[in-house]
Design a protein around this ligand. Structure first.
Ligand SMILES: *Cc1c(COP(=O)(O)O)cnc(C)c1O
Length: 387
């Protein structure tokens, strides 16, 4: 693995799941302007699409990039592949599942929600039971890594339940694709979506949908929106090699470099191994300080981990944030409704040695805040148990 350089010019590490800490080469790739019609730029787009299909490893899929943040691509995938008369079942266990359900309601699609609260995982058996009871459901929407708690949902058993019931699966793999293996024989699906600034380690500006070619072909006229139409974007890319409207050229150049670095590192297996090692170093170190994770080990993703806030009254998130920032690390607030928490991401240009420094900075910050005991309240711990 090429060694990772620290960020330059005093930049802090971003312990956030995108935007995240990118390599200098990725940033440097943006120091050039590209014309969107130019043949070199069109070749860059074609190369990115081909590399993403190769990463998925299933030639039945094609790749359609789309301008905007990840949510734009999620909304486009849902509106383009679920026909107007379709009925979607959203498997929600956090903010991104809820957002997918909201997007479907806004675009006027019929939607049912299996709401598992803040983090409990939707299981294959319950999905199978819902589908058996409700033959109207045509599509199931699942979140791969629910970034709001950091849980890695049991996607293979969900996908098999959906496939077994003869329904179609659409996956939000935003924060997982490229850093977590995705095998379409184990996870049969119509499409998945991710974005430039997550596990591929590019900068924000576009998302991309990987979809079965026959699903793309059948999607003509489904979309509720002019700009968020995956079929139309795909048709234009196929016809002229161009994005339909102004592409984020600098972001795309950075992403092409990020994909090269992803491959040089050893692809998904190597990146997955680095992210798992980051998580393991972080979690072991934080537990050593007395902190508790929200989730049991079997549910921890390699992407981001939620920790309970210490019960010690001297703990205050904003002061903790400032103390960590002063030590070179940008952290992330919790996103749970029931328990007090914070999150530390472990993706981006960081390895275990950096994660060990994160733990040392947390220890230092706790001392600076006067927090003597990092353990959560017992009631909070109980609320965090997965049934
Ligand atoms: C990041 C993310 C998104 C997209 O969020 P944006 O802020 O729109 O980029 C969607 N789903 C999941 C699971 C994510 O982690």
């Amino acid at each position: 693995m090429p060694s990772l350089e620290p960020p330059r010019m005093g930049e802090p590490y971003l312990l956030t799941p995108g935007p995240l800490t990118t390599s200098y080469a990725v940033k440097a790739a943006m120091l050039r302007d590209h014309g969107s019609w130019d043949s070199d730029f069109r070749a860059m787009t074609a190369d990115i699409r081909a590399r993403l299909v190769a990463l998925l490893g299933d030639p039945a899929f094609d790749c359609v990039p789309l301008q905007g943040s990840g949510s734009f691509a999620v909304e486009a995938m849902l509106g383009s592949f679920i026909p107007r008369g379709g009925v979607a079942l959203v498997l929600a266990n956090g903010a991104y599942g809820q957002r997918a359900a909201t997007a479907l309601r806004v675009m006027g699609r019929a939607v049912r929600v299996l709401d598992k609260g803040d983090f409990a995982p939707p299981r294959g058996a319950e999905v199978a039971a819902i589908l058996a009871d409700d033959p109207a459901i045509t599509h199931v929407v699942a979140i791969h890594c629910e970034t709001s708690s950091g849980i890695l949902n049991p996607l293979p058993e969900i996908a098999q339940a959906v496939d077994g019931a003869g329904r179609r699966l659409l996956v939000d793999s935003m924060s997982a694709f490229g850093g977590v293996p995705f095998d379409t024989t184990e996870i049969p699906c119509d499409a998945l979506v991710s974005s430039a600034n997550k596990c591929i380690e590019g900068v924000p500006g576009f998302g991309f949908v990987l979809a079965r070619r026959e699903v793309l072909e059948a999607a003509k006229g489904n979309a509720h929106s002019l700009a968020l139409d995956i079929h139309a974007q795909w048709a234009e890319l196929e016809r002229s090699g161009q994005w339909r409207y102004t592409p984020p050229t600098h972001t795309i150049a950075a992403f092409a470099e990020a994909l090269r670095l992803h491959e040089a590192e050893g692809g998904i297996p190597a990146r997955h191994a680095r992210y798992c090692a980051n998580r393991d170093t972080l979690v072991a170190g934080m537990r050593g300080l007395g902190f508790a994770t929200l989730l049991a080990d079997e549910w921890l993703s390699p992407i981001i981990t939620t920790f309970h806030a210490p019960a010690d009254p001297a703990f205050e998130f904003d002061a903790f944030y400032d103390a960590m920032k002063a030590r070179g690390f940008i952290i992330y607030p919790g996103k749970l409704t029931a328990v007090d928490s914070f999150r530390l991401g472990h993706i981006g240009q960081m390895d275990s040695a950096v994660m060990a420094r994160v733990v040392a900075a947390v220890a230092d910050s706790m001392a600076a805040l006067g927090v003597g005991d990092c353990r959560p309240a017992p009631a909070a711990l109980a609320a965090g148990e997965v049934a």
